[in-house]
Write a protein that binds this ligand. Sequence first.
Ligand code: ADP
Ligand code: MG
Length: 464
Amino acid sequence: SGRWARAMAILREFEDKCGTSLGKLRQVADAMTVEMHAGLASEGGSKLKMLISFVDNLPSGDEHGLFYALDLGGTNFRVLRVQLGGREQRVIKQEFVEVSIPQPLMVGCSDDLFDFIAAELAKFVATEGDGFHLAPGRQRELGFTFSFPVKQASIASGTLLNWTKGFSIEDAVGQDVVAELTKAIERKGVDMRVAALVNDTIGTLAGGRYFNNDVVAAVILGTGTNAAYVERAHAIPKWHGLLPKSGEMVINMEWGNFRSSHLPLTEYDHSLDLESLNVGDQIFEKIISGMYLGDIVRRVLLKMAEDAAFFGDIVPAKLRIPFVLRTPEMSAMHHDTSSDLRVVGAKLKDILGVTNTSLNTRRAVFEVCNIVARRGARLSAAGIYGILKKLGRDIVKEGEKQQKTVIAMDGGLFEHYKKFSQCLEDSLKELLGDEAAESVIVEHANDGSGIGAALLAASHSQYP
Ligand code: ADP
Ligand code: MG
């Protein structure tokens, strides 16, 4: 029928605009490398902030003692404690709790958010039991993972540049988030010092390196997306401080804010951006990460419903609600292996209230999920390839001993959306070629960031 043909035309046009040929991915990777150079050259020199983390030494393995970590960066936050036993015993014991952040706190005021966090921290500290030992006379120390763009002034201070991922707390912007947390901790009467402020990518990199010496970069694919890597300090022109003894500096790329004319963007991406809390920002993040993928699918389906009566004469009302279709739901539909796509059918009913879908309709919905996930995964691979190029680890050097390169990956999207992570790994291999691909390993660092932040608190402890 005419309607079906129109719906298919919308679908095909969308697929076409989302194209990520190998040539396109190479252009994106090259643009990423160029922006990395620009961001390192001068403050504000690029959309990539290339933030200096003040971490010039990654964990050695000698860290020991009791340390806490707090991870704030998405819809949940975690509090963790770990007893480190040095080179021999490593991680002796760890415990954590995860708490979801009430949505109003994400768009309220600074004190309310930090008071909530400090209250959960206080409760957690109160449950410290067997197997955890604070050396006598010592204050508890904490690594604070804060996964938003921060301009650091030292390892334990930094001002918030802007919010991302659906957070919008005006009075916190421009504030030192360590000072804000410290005040809230004091208000709760907890005796604890914030020893390190780290981005989750930095935490993942530190945690990854602790377990594997070949880790040189970390990538997060969760609610948002970001990457960090180890740079040579003399390759950072904008750094005017003393060169660290190690000769290295970890850089928080804030790659979610990457944008390039080579990115395959569609009308749906433009409208998603325009209706977001941070218009014009985080364009890479908005086509790659877990917060947005489901909503891109929703927007395409809405267009098909409005212009081609894809779900029948009436446009399902729920389809107009932003973010009703979440990425885990999209992922469930995309992983439906039943011959009649019954998971897709059930999700369409539960989420959109659409009953009695035909198999062809379900197939088309599956296809939209596939297009959106594939574009995100392949662009993520291109970003990683850009980092490898910057590090000179994208090619096998003639006559050199084969050096392994490990990328520590974390985040709910990478962990749970298997078709996404598989496509990412396949695309990276495609970009590297068989030979170079042998030396590059993408490794899932399961909650490396919590341990990583605790390790960085240990190496920046006030007790030498
Ligand atoms: P955060 O990024 O908020 O710190 P996580 O790394 O745990 O937290 O990632 C959570 C995000 O991962 C969710 O917002 C969601 O987008 C994505 N996610 C979680 N589970 C799944 C799933 N089963 N399939 C696809 N995406 C998922
Ligand atoms: Mg996280």
